[in-house]
Write a protein that binds this ligand. Sequence first.
Ligand code: AMP
Ligand code: ZN
Length: 114
Amino acid sequence: MPECVFCKIGSRELQAMVVYEDPDFIAFRDINPMAPVHVLIIPKLHYESLAEFTAKDATLLGRMLLAATHIARQERIAESGYRLVINTGAHGGQAVSHVHMHLLGGRALQWPPG
Ligand code: AMP
Ligand code: ZN
């Protein structure tokens, strides 16, 4: 999927402010941050959305959550708290068709979202 922007960030073909990387995931700052800390965590493999995941991906999904808790500690928002969001599909507000998890924090977030 060479035209996918997030695949290009994952392969380092496109620059991003990377805050975390391991063999399977890369995390980088959102270009249009909605909070003082706004990081996107993506698998390097291309999945269009969360809806594509099946039981064989359970470990990968669990590790994505653990990567988020690691980055939250690294960004010093683990104590104050944060929110993890995976927008999925049109009504979910998903704009980029490569699954990504938002890590938001650094301020009190409102609930429910709009
Ligand atoms: P979503 O609405 O969940 O699909 O969110 C997509 C997010 O990706 C938005 O918050 C965008 O600001 C962000 N975004 C899009 N392109 C880039 C990029 N090249 N680098 C960093 N963030 C991006
Ligand atoms: Zn992709």
